[in-house]
Design a protein. Structure first.
Length: 480
């Protein structure tokens, strides 16, 4: 199909405004390109997010191809519908002289407008989404303070403080433990010496001397006093040890509280700083997204404006479009022709294969052109309604019975001779098989000394006559 423009009838108007037609087309194309790019990016980002959510592997090239196809579909529909939907606002009163055509024209115009509104809304929405996505992806994230690193730093300080406390406790406890052990050792040594001295008086005490008994009691009192001294010494040393360890614990707790306060303050400042950086980055991304949205929406709107202006110039210049279908306009499509040809060639090949396998092979024509079912052997449309055909076996004529009772004779073609010959050969082969079967039965009965039945003899005779009859018909058909 060829679409041509007529020459402008109103040359003065065309001279004034026609020079801008090319610029209108270029500007509209650029605006639609901006919208299409943001639209494609929106589709790409949405599909990518969904695939990441589902945990699928990612291939960038297929995703870009899908996004491009979707964007091309929407923008192509937008471009086709825009001109048809905007034109009724420029050119009015078409087909008013024919109510039927005017009604159909109105239905089509309303359909164009509804389609354009739907496609335009989808294009605007996806363009805005794509602009936001692109602004977010193109804005580099801020360098945030590593809060986890701060936590690890203060955790290391607390661990170091605990190790220092343990070491200091061991150091402080050493001298006190030594003093406690010395007190115990001194008591043991003194008590052993007193016990030895006491044992010296045991024999005379056993002998009943009162003075010796008093000595035993005196030494026991000395041992008890030594134990009391030891306990007092242990109590004093333990108290001093406790006080020293308590001072260490207080110092450790004070340092730990100071570290916790520093940690809390540092984490608060770090989180506050990170939030400020994120807000600043989000504000920057939102601003960029707004700029991109305005740019893409403006581009799409300018595209519609350029279409409107172009239609105004064409209407004012009285420029018309003429559609000229080519020679194949009313013919089946190339795909349909290809499918019919493949089906026809396939069926012919299969039928030849069937005849070759189950029939007697013969000569076949391979250059027969395609023939419609409704054409007779002369290539003209066959107006017969009965469709019954009586064929003389001598191959001379083909008689078709028409609805009005008349008969028309049409000469056989080579293709029809071939079909009749194939049928006759099939029948001949069948009767030969039957004849051979009955003869084999006759031979078997005679060999076994049994009588051959009359039905078998009649069948042999009947099949022999049929074989002779079809042999003659085939020879006559082949001779013609």
């Amino acid at each position: 199909m060829k679409i041509t423009k007529t020459a402008p009838e109103n040359k003065d108007f065309f001279n004034e405004h026609g020079a801008s037609l090319g610029s209108y087309t270029l500007i509209g194309l650029i605006g639609q390109l901006l919208s299409g790019m943001s639209l494609a990016y929106a589709v790409y980002a949405l599909i990518l997010a969904q695939l990441l959510k589902q945990g699928f592997a990612l291939w960038t090239a297929p995703l870009l191809a899908v996004a491009g196809v979707v964007a091309l579909f929407i923008e192509l529909a937008n471009r086709v519908l825009a001109r048809r939907a905007i034109k009724p606002f420029v050119v009015k009163g078409l087909f008013d002289d024919d109510p039927d055509l005017a009604g159909r024209h109105k239905i089509l115009n309303n359909s164009y407008l509804v389609g354009l509104v739907a496609i335009a809304a989808l294009s605007y929405f996806l363009s805005a989404v794509g602009s936001n996505y692109y602004a977010e992806d193109s804005t580099a994230g801020p360098t945030l303070i590593d809060v986890d690193s701060l936590k690890e730093t203060y955790a290391d300080q607390v661990a170091k403080l605990d190790r220092s406390y343990t070491q200091d406790s061991l150091t402080l406890a050493g001298p006190f433990d030594m003093r406690l052990q010395a007190s115990r050792d001194r008591f043991v040594s003194d008590s052993l010496a007193l016990r030895k001295e006491r044992e010296k008086y045991r024999p005379c005490a056993t002998a009943g001397k009162q003075w010796c008994k008093n000595k035993l009691a005196e030494y026991l009192a000395k041992i008890d006093r030594a134990r009391i001294v030891m306990n007092d010494s242990i109590a004093v040393v333990s108290s001093l040890k406790g006080n020293a360890l308590m001072a260490t614990v207080k110092e450790r707790n004070a340092k730990s509280e100071r570290i916790d306060k520093e940690k809390t303050s540092a984490l608060f400042l770090a989180n506050q700083k990170n939030e400020d950086l994120l807000k600043e980055n989000e504000s920057d991304s939102s601003f960029k997204g707004l700029v991109f949205i305005i740019l893409t929406i403006a581009g799409q709107t300018v595209f519609y404006l350029m279409i409107y202006l172009s239609l105004q110039v064409e209407a004012g210049s009285d420029i018309q479009y003429e559609v000229e279908p080519n020679e194949f306009w009313n013919l089946p499509s190339v795909i349909d022709e290809l499918k019919v040809m493949i089906a026809w060639r396939t069926e012919r090949g299969l039928r030849r294969l069937i005849r070759h396998v189950f029939g007697v092979p013969g000569e076949h024509e391979t250059d027969i052109p395609y023939r419609s079912l409704f054409e007779n052997t002369n290539g003209k449309k066959n107006t017969n309604t009965n469709g019954s055909t009586n064929t003389k076996l001598n191959g001379s004529t083909n008689t078709n019975t028409r609805k009005n009772g008349q008969k028309s004779s049409v000469p056989f073609t080579g293709h029809e001779n071939e079909q009749e010959l194939t049928k006759l050969k099939d029948l001949l082969r069948q009767y030969r098989k039957r004849l051979a079967k009955h003869i084999q039965r006759q031979v078997t009965l005679e060999k076994n000394g049994k009588d051959v039945g009359q039905r078998t003899l009649d069948a042999i005779e009947n099949n022999r006559e049929k074989v002779e009859q079809y042999t003659k018909l085939i020879e006559e058909l082949q001779s013609n």
